[in-house]
Design a protein around this ligand. Sequence first.
Ligand SMILES: *[C@@H]1O[C@H](CO)[C@@H](O)[C@H](O)[C@H]1NC(C)=O
Ligand SMILES: *[C@@H]1O[C@H](CO)[C@@H](O)[C@H](O)[C@H]1NC(C)=O
Ligand SMILES: *[C@@H]1O[C@H](CO)[C@@H](O)[C@H](O)[C@H]1NC(C)=O
Ligand SMILES: *[C@@H]1O[C@H](CO)[C@@H](O)[C@H](O)[C@H]1NC(C)=O
Length: 664
Amino acid sequence: MNMMKSGAIGCLVTILCFFFFFFLSFTSEIHTDRLIRESNRSQFSLLKLHETDNHVHLDNGIVKLTLVKPSGTIARVGYQETENVLDNRHKETRRGYWDMVWVKSSTSQYDALHCTSFNVVAQTEDRIEVSFTNTWNVSHGENVVPLNIDKRYIILRGVSGFYSYAIFEHLKEWPGVHIGEARIVFKLDENMFRHMVISDDMQREMPTANDRKMGRTLDFKEAVVLENPINPALQGEVDDKYQYSCNTKDNRVHGWISSESNVGFWVIRPSDEFRGGGPLKQDLTSHASSTSLAMFLSSHYVGVRVRVRNGEAWKKVLGPVFIYLNSENNTNNKPNALWEDAKRQMLKETKKWPYDFPASTDYAHADQRGTITGRLLVRDSYLNRGRTIPAKSAYVGVAAPGYAGSWQRESKGYQFWTQTDETGSFIITSVRAGKYRLYAWVPTVIGDFKHEFNILIEPGSKVEAGDIVYSPPRNGPTLWDIGIADRPDPDPTLVNKLFINHTDKYRQYGLWERYTDLYPDQDLTYIVGKSDYRKHWFFAHVNRKVGKFYKPTTWKIIFDERNVMRGANYTLRLALASAQCANIQVWINDNPNGNLPHFETGRIGKDNAIARHGIHGLYWLYSIKVAGVKLLHGTNTVYLKQSLRFGPFNGVLYDYIRLEAPPT
Ligand SMILES: *[C@@H]1O[C@H](CO)[C@@H](O)[C@H](O)[C@H]1NC(C)=O
Ligand SMILES: *[C@@H]1O[C@H](CO)[C@@H](O)[C@H](O)[C@H]1NC(C)=O
Ligand SMILES: *[C@@H]1O[C@H](CO)[C@@H](O)[C@H](O)[C@H]1NC(C)=O
Ligand SMILES: *[C@@H]1O[C@H](CO)[C@@H](O)[C@H](O)[C@H]1NC(C)=O
């Protein structure tokens, strides 16, 4: 046989075979896909909805949800053999529930958001969604929060958990309302759930409610020293729910593990859009007495409530969040298998966002959203020879139109954030229709960026913002600066062991008194060129405890300057990471005793980050002009005094301080 020919035939056969197999694999893929879907369907039980006088039962064969009618609270979450993972010792309305704190003429009111009517809003082979509503009217009086509440619960076929979301609505003609907190609380069965997980390195065995009750209360009721805990390993530790706070951007899943039954209970937040305050807003997660929270709105670490005014129409969809249950029967498996699985589930839920199943018309589906793309650059006239460079790993987001940084205090609307890549490029996806302003901040660069135009998003919008340049505040070259400092070790008698070797050791209790311990009579003095901010800068400017009282402290920054330009202006930049009822006064070379300050911030801040073990609350930036005549040839001193002294928690956390020479 002719070698050429057989070669050609061989080739043809190969091609034919290729097509044949291609065809085969293609069709079989479609086929198996359908088979899998069909077998999934038959493999998963049918959804069941059963209503009695006082209850509604939702059951997908994996999870059994018992809701109280018409309040809309969760009495039972059944999973596998466990009839209820929630704590049966509590009333049916106090096991799993939405609630709210709001303000009526300056007093805080608690509202359990009990509803008055029940409806099935969707019931198909694949999903059931129920709704509990409360419709407000004037006859409810001023003790009921003036909002329409619609609480939803969803179960899906074959899904190991359930979803919940709510719609809050305020009509124009109603009295205004200030919301301090809105959340879902899950009180889990303490006998089952003792191991709490917030992140890979924030997890531990937790005290019970009774352990806390038997403990000694510290400077505020949330902080307790455990004196006789049921688990002797916890003896003498401090417990405080605020130690387990997390930045919104770092907390998409948290929950509890029952080591005995190998069951996990997880709160998964697939999107941050409905949480106010941006990526660095901190909030509670899970805490002692086997409690897991889904926080939606709060003034924690910000100090600002959601303010809906008289005459303002407002509506917001909170959620859905996903409550995921998992189990591991093979006890030889890795101890963290449930947590690893919960993280994988969180990624799956995040990918599915926006969900396609919520039935409320107020919930914006994928086709009702838009995207924004662009590239963020930074131009600092005294860095990189004034060249424009990409803003790497910058945070870029859209929120309600306002001033630069206003998103920190904003939670009435929705916010959408992302981070830029190496080239400064960003894409913000799934933005609900509405009017926004684009904001950004760049790690290691001071100040806040605000774009010059509002952005209007309509369903399907693809907005190209193009190249955007941020020119941070800058008047002249840096003479010196003081960066971020670390927090000192805690009082050894008031430790939470979790944070002993932890990078977040600032979560330890008692920052406000450590200053007194470290600087018992002499205040902090920082010498530019000699001191190291990592070691010699106590980043929290708090009061000193003297006997029973708290006294203001005055810090000194000493620097040498040989070529003072007396006819020109210098700029002192003071960036604060938090403030709690504080007033920072600044003197340049003048003695603070007997001279008016050169500058003062005035009374600022109520983010309470110092008491709540935060490393930051709200960001403040002050640019202070210093006339050259104020400076001396030789040694100069900047004095910083926090002048308010109501108690232990007044103070600021410094982020960054810089002195700029006059423009060149
Ligand atoms: C207002 O609310 C009350 C109590 O829920 C109800 O009885 C009444 O019918 C409502 N009035 C209107 C006008 O909806
Ligand atoms: C674990 O056990 C439960 C009930 O005994 C069962 O329904 C479930 O399928 C098991 N899970 C695995 C992963 O084997
Ligand atoms: C912290 O680390 C030290 C040294 O590695 C170790 O001996 C100690 O057991 C750790 N403590 C805790 C509470 O993890
Ligand atoms: C310095 O600041 C003062 C006060 O704002 C201003 O009047 C003056 O012109 C400035 N001097 C220079 C050289 O810019």
